[in-house]
Write a protein that binds this ligand. Structure first.
Ligand code: NAP
Ligand code: ZN
Length: 347
């Protein structure tokens, strides 16, 4: 086994503490990576604090991982020592069910091996995430990243990037369409960048008036403060597509009412309480309300390559590990511009 260390919580109300643990020895298809950067996703907060009811402890969060390959198994072909590799929200799956075969490993019918707060394919061995020094992963579940890129800004693409890219692609968002992004946080700011790169006309719906100039700098064309519901009235039935990235409970009907004929609203934010949807909000204008969960390995690689080609990176605030608690508080208070990323090089 390979000894390593991380930062863990021992329960929903516990503080982060240093945590020593072991990674598995390298199998023939495994790579060992020395973690350089790890993004702080709001999903880390939901899970560390037990808000989704699926938490196991001790928990080392982190699923936006960028690292340097320092050792390779005997059969590894995709990576060489010194290469940069990324790890997203999962590290294994059955590889043979229809969803895995179709490139939707995140919905594996047999077992989804989450990067942390999960188990390996044996369903017993716990997985620990990227708030740590090393990771051992099968090369098939690691992503290729060019070392030429600003790596701290690439890390958030592994979750915030793919989660917003995937639905925009799936619904063929294109030039001239009116696209709304609800919530300007980690996911939201990536959604804006992608929609702008696809030449859509982009509106940010935000509870934070102070984010207006940032939204416009990110390329958004319009900014609407949602604290006063009256502000939404002029936009009724005008949007082709809305991406809802909000992490807290909020009224979906207010945004569904903004969709025009055959408009689609995609939920990617995962608040804790169930949302109420009025049938009329959907029936009028033949609207669709759908969900989207991260993305599979092929699409994640496609997204990373798309970002490299279009110069799309996350706007980040780089922090040392001991500032994770502060980053959690600021993220919860919508005070993140627009992703905290932990620098693990000196951890
Ligand atoms: P984040 O950085 O905290 O951004 C969430 C944004 O939502 C905030 O910046 C804020 O934007 C807005 N917001 C917060 N509280 C609100 C409230 N009470 N009412 C209205 N708006 C509010 O979080 P994130 O990392 O982007 O993650 C967002 C959500 O997506 C989380 O629930 C996360 O678990 C989920 N997620 C889902 C997937 C998936 O596969 N579907 C993947 C990753 C994350 P404004 O200041 O602009 O209002
Ligand atoms: Zn995430």
């Amino acid at each position: 086994m390979i000894s390593t260390k991380g930062y863990a919580v021992s329960g929903p109300d516990a503080a982060f503490e240093p945590f020593n643990f072991e990674r598995r020895d390298l199998g023939p298809a495994d790579i060992l990576i020395d973690i350089l950067f790890c993004g702080v996703c709001h999903s880390d907060i939901h899970q560390a604090r037990g808000e989704w009811g699926n938490s196991t402890y001790p928990m080392v969060p982190g699923h936006e991982i960028i690292g340097r390959v320092v050792k390779t198994g005997s059969d590894v072909t995709k990576f060489a020592e010194g290469d940069i590799a990324g790890i997203g929200c999962f590290v294994d799956s059955c590889r043979t069910c229809e969803n895995c075969q179709a490139g939707y490993e995140q919905f594996c019918k047999v077992h989804w091996s989450a990067t942390y707060n999960g188990t390996e394919m044996d369903r017993v061995s716990p997985t620990y995430g990227g708030y740590s020094k090393h990771y051992v992963v099968d090369e098939a579940y690691a992503l290729r990243v060019s070392s030429e890129q600003p790596l701290a800004n690439v890390a958030p693409l592994l979750c915030a990037g793919i989660t917003t890219y995937s639905p925009l692609k799936r619904f063929n968002v294109r030039a001239g369409q009116k696209v709304g992004v609800v919530g300007l946080g980690g996911l939201g700011h990536m959604g804006v960048k992608f929609a702008v790169s696809m030449d859509a006309d982009v509106t940010v719906f935000s509870t934070s008036p102070s984010k207006k100039s940032d939204a416009l700098k990110l390329g958004a064309h319009h900014f609407v403060v949602t604290k006063d519901p009256e502000n939404l009235i002029p936009f009724a039935a005008t949007f082709d597509f809305i991406l809802d990235t909000v992490s807290a409970d909020h009224d979906l009907n207010a945004y569904l009412g903004l969709l025009k004929l055959n408009g689609v609203m995609v939920i990617v934010g995962i608040p804790t309480k169930p949302a109420e949807v009025q049938a009329f909000s959907l029936v009028v204008n033949n609207r669709s309300l759908v969900g989207s969960g991260i993305g599979g390995i092929p699409e994640t690689q496609e997204m990373l390559d798309y970002c490299a080609e279009h110069n799309i990176f996350s706007d980040v605030e780089v922090i040392a590990m001991d500032r994770v608690p502060e980053a959690y508080e600021r993220t919860i208070n919508s005070d993140v511009r627009y992703r905290f990323v932990i620098d693990l090089q000196n951890f």
